[in-house]
Design a binder for this molecule. Structure first.
Ligand code: FUL
Length: 688
């Protein structure tokens, strides 16, 4: 009797002792601040400053203070939109490159204290900080190191000024979760009236180490973002397009240059923990420009940003520009609402929750590291293997046929990022089939794949730096996103369709009739007649039998027989490829096209180059001539594309029909005088 009791006591003692086994971290690990930040996953940027009123990407530093007088400024609207989108915080441009301060800084006159808004008594930083507090959001500040207004920029005195401002921001506005030091540094500017170019050495000028000390002293819980100078807590991912690499290590080397490839993927054996933050704007540019009202990211684009940031071991920092009236545009609000709705539906019901899970091997004999720790809804507990193991698997048994198309997996990164490669198999009709083969996991990895119907799902860790640890697995069936397909006709007359969700089917018609699921189904590019064609298409969900609204496009005669004859530049054909994201630029000269046969022409259409950095190349004035022999030309139309700068989309000009074998489009002026001419697409309007 006594002996049994003793054994019982002993075994419960060894059990509880074993349960407390603390695994050793492997390699660099996050600080408590980095860990807290990583868990935020998804938060906002807000760009608003004096250059909002001059339609500029970067203020020069001499913008008139009288311009700042919004009549509807409402930081609560910004915070409400972000909160409802499920975001966890907002980083606000307290000072952008123009040097204009959105708070009444004691150290400069170039601030809200000298503007008409609220008679100089306003403080946008405070309104933002208060709104974040009210809506339960964390607050961060963007303080541009480059200051195109300050007379001392480039001299040692400016560093004191910069630190004084930093002290104001990090002292007077409550807890700050992140500070952003942008990498654009030095160049031309106003500089207190000097109007000159000032160059600085970004590596030495700012004496970052001492600035970091000040920041951490004032805000012990902060994370520092810096892509220009010394390495800080977070890294830029090398692009503002909204993605980080599929392979994404949260590591870099503490010293040495960081080329783009390292920013994109991290460094597998790096000696410092520097995770990536994916920053992008909901529109092409960071500040508000009316001309971009039609360029707000679509739902499929926003979903891509989410899966390519949060889904790839990064965080998502999405920017909203503020309009001159002081509000976020309703199109941006609608776009983020659609994203929120889709993400909510996607991650509503975790199919791993009720599955049975087993491991090929687990650490020790206790429950502490058992397979089910990866589905227990507790990020602190995890499945682990013995130290010498680098390859192992976890199998989820759903107990019945289950369909899914998303897989989410997490490592407990407080013990280091370990997994180097993994794959996913599904048991389909009694056979294991590989559905994905990937590299890193990190804090969170989400995979998207076509819907699979299976009874079991197996995660294979194929290689790991040290014994693999998995803290969480989730499985979902995301609804298919139904957006109208985009329709493109290339130079050869082949039509292709693209839907917002690879899983949806596409049905189309070529005669202008309404497409249904009984219309032809799109598989490969479709040959169309050389003449005019009206195409309609829907995206279709074969499971729910729902369709998107109809996408439609009308094309004039095909470009098959057309030849651009006054250039050898092969890029010229991009203006006839139906793809609006590619463009052709030329310094001078006309666009001359041999149409291959005579056509009756009654107009033309011009689409300017679409990227914001190509804006200067938009053609504002033109001449259009025709010819039957390519020698003698007759002017058919000339003039201006009114408002094209603000509305850089298809421009149509019509005229009395003329017979022509050749056409000549002569650009006369561009938005930026002297800039080259940019054309994304060019087309003709013909009469039968
Ligand atoms: C860039 C800046 O130059 C842009 O204006 C913007 O603030 C973006 C977030 O960072 O480098």
């Amino acid at each position: 009797m006594k002996k049994t009791l003793f054994i019982l006591l002993l075994s419960s003692f060894t059990c509880s002792f074993a349960q407390n086994e603390a695994l050793k971290p492997y390699g660099p690990i996050p600080t408590a601040n980095q860990l807290r930040w990583q868990k935020m996953e998804y938060y906002a940027f807000i760009h608003y400053s004096i250059n909002t009123y001059t339609d500029m990407a970067w203020g020069f530093g001499n913008e008139d203070l009288n311009l700042f007088n919004p009549d509807k400024l409402d930081a609560r609207q910004w915070a409400k939109i972000c909160k409802e989108a499920g975001m966890k915080g907002i980083i606000f441009t307290a000072k952008h490159h123009s040097g204009f301060c959105m708070w009444p800084s004691k150290y400069t006159e170039y601030s809200v204290k000298n503007v008409p808004w609220k008679n100089g008594k306003g403080d946008v930083v405070k309104e933002m900080a208060d709104a974040c507090k009210e809506f339960g959001l964390k607050f961060g500040v963007y303080l541009s190191p480059w200051d195109r207004n300050h007379p001392d920029y480039g001299k040692p005195e400016y560093i004191t000024y910069f630190r004084n401002q930093l002290t104001e921001l990090l002292t007077n506005y409550g807890e700050i979760f992140e500070v952003w030091f942008d990498g654009a540094n030095g160049g031309n500017g106003y500089y207190g009236g000097a109007n000159e170019t000032r160059k600085i050495d970004a590596k030495t000028y700012y004496d970052w180490q001492n600035t970091y000390k000040l920041v951490r002293k004032l805000q012990p819980n902060i994370v520092i973002w810096n892509d220009g100078g010394d390495r800080a807590d977070l890294r830029w991912v090398g692009t503002e397009a909204g993605y980080v690499g599929e392979t994404n290590w949260s590591l870099l080397n503490a010293r040495g240059d960081v080329p783009e490839d390292m920013l994109r993927h991290g460094v597998e054996n790096g000696n410092a923990w520097v995770p990536g933050e994916v920053n992008t704007s909901i529109r092409p540019e960071w500040f508000y420009h009316e001309r971009e009202d039609r360029k707000v990211k679509t739902l499929p684009q926003l979903l891509d940003v989410y899966y390519h940031s949060v889904g790839r071991n990064g965080t998502m920092l999405l920017n909203f520009p503020i309009m001159p009236n002081g509000l976020i545009h309703e199109k941006d609000e609608k776009a983020i609402q659609e994203l929120t709705k889709t993400l909510k539906e996607t991650f509503k019901s975790n199919l791993a929750k009720n599955a049975k899970i087993t491991a090929s091997t687990s650490r020790g004999k206790t429950a502490q590291f058992a397979a089910n720790k990866s589905i227990d809804n507790d990020l602190d507990s995890y499945w682990a293997t013995n130290d010498d193991i680098k390859t192992a698997s976890l199998t989820l048994d759903f107990g019945k046929m289950t369909s899914f198309n998303r897989f989410l997996v997490q490592e407990p990164i407080r013990l280091g990022q370990r997994v180097k490669s993994f794959s996913l198999d599904a048991l389909v009709n009694g056979k294991w089939t590989e559905i994905a083969k990937e590299t890193t996991i990190g804090y969170k990895r989400i995979l998207r794949f076509p819907t699979v119907e299976a009874t079991k799902l197996r995660l294979n860790i194929l290689d790991s730096k040290s014994c693999p640890l998995i803290s969480n697995i989730e499985v979902y069936k995301a609804p298919i996103v139904l957006t109208p397909p985009t329709i493109i006709r290339d130079k050869e007359g082949l039509v292709s369709f693209k839907s917002g969700d690879k899983e949806s089917e596409i049905y189309y018609t070529l005669d202008g009739s309404q497409p249904t699921s009984r219309s032809p189904k799109y598989t490969t590019p479709v040959k169309t007649a050389d003449g005019k064609v009206e195409i309609k298409a829907i995206s279709y969900n074969p499971f729910t039998k729902q369709s998107s609204i109809v996408g439609e496009e009308s094309f004039d005669i095909s470009h098959k027989s057309w030849k651009i004859i006054n250039t050898n530049d092969i890029n010229a054909n991009q203006i006839l490829d139906g793809n609006s994201t590619t463009s052709w630029h030329q310094k001078n000269g006309d666009l001359v096209i041999d149409l291959g046969k005579q056509q009756k022409i009654s107009g033309f259409r011009y689409l300017p180059a679409q990227n914001w950095w190509e804006e200067g190349s938009i053609i504002t004035h033109f001449q259009f001539s025709t010819s039957t022999d390519g020698i003698n030309w007759k002017l058919a139309s000339e003039g201006e594309f009114s408002n094209i700068k603000n509305n850089p989309f298809w421009q149509t000009k019509t005229f009395e029909p003329v017979q022509a074998n050749f056409i000549k489009f002569t650009p006369m002026k561009t938005v930026n005088p002297g800039s080259d001419f940019g054309i994304a697409e060019f087309d003709l309007i013909t009469k039968e």
